[in-house]
Design a protein around this ligand. Structure first.
Ligand SMILES: [Zn+2]
Length: 224
């Protein structure tokens, strides 16, 4: 039979063990992120880090490795930590989950490069004709005005598209196809859109929330 003393000790150990677990919760967060956003299924150095402007305005997401470089170069400082620590030669660095640039950076209206990945992100992996949500590998890009008819590769003329809709549309213009319609007008990747994506990713990480939810957004382009 246990003495009162030893059971108290055991309880203390349990308490400190659970405290320890909650302070180092990044593995759990990573798991949640994995479920939400498959693209971020990466080891700790690739864990997404929220980047704030000097004004605390969220402006980007980068991988933990890049965030660490910015911090070590003195360009940014860590505002929130992941909970894990990087042990490198002769130093220990707390892995950041939120960093802030020390100098204010002016963000141009459109900051995102036109790429297949960003078009799919903007369209949230949904075929813009039938609305079906697929993996990136199952989607293609459709030129709304076909290239063969003078359509350009621009934010306004490229949309995520499933293979079936892509086949059906072929080289025709939309007004020639009564049964096919764009679900929304394609636009450049706006800061609103990227902020929405930051929220989707950041909703798994409580330390991001205070930076992502403080403002009102009356004209959000895409409804959640
Ligand atoms: Zn489709």
């Amino acid at each position: 039979m246990q003495s009162p003393h030893s059971s108290t000790k055991a309880r203390k150990q349990r308490t400190s063990a659970s405290r320890h677990a909650s302070a180092h919760s990044s593995p759990r967060l990573t798991t949640e992120l994995d479920v939400r956003i498959g693209v971020f299924r990466q080891p700790a150095m690739q864990t997404p880090v929220l980047v704030l402007n000097a004004s605390y305005e969220p402006i980007n997401i980068c991988g933990a490795r890049r965030a660490l470089v910015l911090v070590l170069k003195g360009v940014a400082r860590t505002e929130e930590e992941q909970g894990s620590v990087l042990h490198a030669a002769r130093m220990k660095v707390a892995m950041p989950s939120v960093i802030r640039l020390l100098e204010y950076r002016r963000i141009p209206h459109q900051t995102r490069a036109l790429s297949r990945k960003n078009i799919l992100l903007r369209d949230r992996n949904a075929c813009q004709y039938c609305g079906i949500v697929l993996t990136a590998g199952e989607l293609t890009l459709d030129h709304v005005i076909p290239r063969s008819r003078g359509g350009l590769s621009t934010w306004e003329n490229l949309v995520a598209c499933c293979h079936e809709c892509n086949r059906r549309k072929g080289n025709q213009l939309l007004h020639e196809l009564t049964e096919m319609k764009l679900q929304r007008e394609p636009r450049p990747f706006s800061l609103h859109t990227s902020r929405h994506i930051m929220r989707m990713i950041g909703s798994a990480d409580p330390s991001w929330r205070r930076y992502l939810y403080f403002e009102s957004e009356p004209e959000l382009q895409f409804v959640a």
